[in-house]
Design a binder for this molecule. Structure first.
Ligand code: DAH
Length: 369
């Protein structure tokens, strides 16, 4: 029995190696593998036995040896003491087949490549597709317009971190723990003390503490975060440009003049501005600055919700407590502050109706600006 089986292996080897010489492409090579080595993977022995039975039933030429994987399963038919000898011979042959297959595969692949190159299917001398230089994101463009406008009025750009402490984001801005105004600004917390800033206002404190006792005129642009439901009007990340002026005899009219100038330079010289009383813990008095709707010029439309007015910024006179926290004596110094967003003005100016487009990274949108 063992001799017969070993003979089968030898016969298989001879036939297979001869057949391999005639294999001319990779499809034929795959067929060769199936014929002489067998299916890839390890099917259950039951499946194999069934397959062998079917193979015999289909009228296999009995003189033709089975593929190797099936021959190996015949080891079950051998007496125990003969199994190792057969197993070793089968393994050796398997290794030889795999090696021959691998080498032939390489040869065919090389030949295929050479044929393709000769026939010019791939012209490696063609220049590659140029990678375009890209352009500035609409938010960056808008920020730069805002910088330019405030630069003309003498404001420097001051950058403050996006990761802030509870103390700077809230406490020093006159919102001690449990102050109800904190409810307006929930955010992402890294710990009980550290958070992603909800507004650029904490930068006011950093600027004051660094510049004190000099007068200040800065804008503080940057990204802010809030725990928001994301909708067409609200994102959980967005930009603001805080403004801060601290000096002697700075008055509300200076604030109103500055923001009116901003509105006219950014949205158009015909803009009108109106002021409403409001509340922020870090300003006193606090105001809300509106301008006439750029779409309907005050007549009322969908954009302005038929009020004729659009809100452009919260603002106010820096609260004495905040001045003090920044190192300035409120009896001698005064200041104003404001905090418009960046995406909303861009949306108004360019008629964008969904804030989610800004950070959705869809090039069809971004390329329009
Ligand atoms: N920080 C405020 C917010 O995010 C906006 C704001 C209002 C900023 C009044 C100011 C200000 O500087 O004076 O809603």
């Amino acid at each position: 029995m063992l001799d017969y089986m070993l003979d089968q292996l030898r016969q298989l080897e001879e036939e297979a190696m001869a057949a391999l010489e005639a294999v001319e492409d990779r499809d034929a090579l795959a067929a060769w593998y199936r014929r002489y080595v067998g299916k890839r993977g390890t099917p259950s022995s039951r499946a194999l036995r069934e397959e062998r039975a079917g193979y015999d039933a289909r009228g296999r030429d009995a003189s033709q040896p089975l593929p190797l994987t099936q021959l190996v399963h015949a080891v079950e038919d051998l007496p125990k003491e003969d199994r190792p000898a057969f197993g070793q011979a089968a393994n050796k042959l398997k290794a030889k087949f795999e090696a021959a297959h691998g080498a032939w595969d390489q040869t065919l692949y090389q030949a295929e490549m050479e044929r393709e190159l000769e026939h010019g299917a791939l012209d490696v001398t063609l220049p590659g597709r140029p990678a375009g230089p890209g352009h500035l994101h609409i938010t960056t463009q808008t920020l730069r317009q805002i910088y330019d406008i405030f630069a003309e009025m003498g404001f420097q750009v001051y950058e403050a971190p996006e990761v802030e402490t509870d103390e700077l984001n809230f406490g020093l801005l006159n919102m001690p723990p449990h102050h109800p105004a904190r409810d307006m600004w929930d955010t992402f917390w890294a710990s009980d003390e550290v958070l992603l800033r909800t507004h650029t206002s904490p930068g006011q404190m950093r600027a004051m503490r660094e510049r004190c006792p000099e007068p200040i005129r800065v804008i503080l642009p940057g990204k802010c975060y809030r725990y928001e439901q994301v909708t067409a009007r609200s994102e959980h990340q967005f930009y603001q440009v805080e403004g801060l002026a601290v000096g002697h005899n700075i008055r509300m009219t200076d604030l109103i003049g500055t923001l009116t100038q901003f509105a006219r330079r950014f949205y158009g010289p015909e803009r009108r501005v109106r002021i409403r009383g409001s509340y922020f813990p870090f300003t006193e008095p606090s105001i809300e600055v509106d301008m006439d709707c750029i779409l309907c010029h005050g007549r009322g439309c969908r954009v302005c919700k038929y009020s004729g007015w659009l809100e452009i910024a919260g603002a106010g006179m820096v609260h004495p407590v905040v001045l003090q926290n920044g190192g300035y004596d409120p009896d001698e110094w005064s200041g104003f502050a404001f905090g418009p967003g960046v995406e909303r003005p861009a949306m108004l100016k360019y008629r964008i109706d969904d804030i989610r487009l800004f950070y959705g990274n869809d090039l069809r949108f971004l390329r329009q600006f």
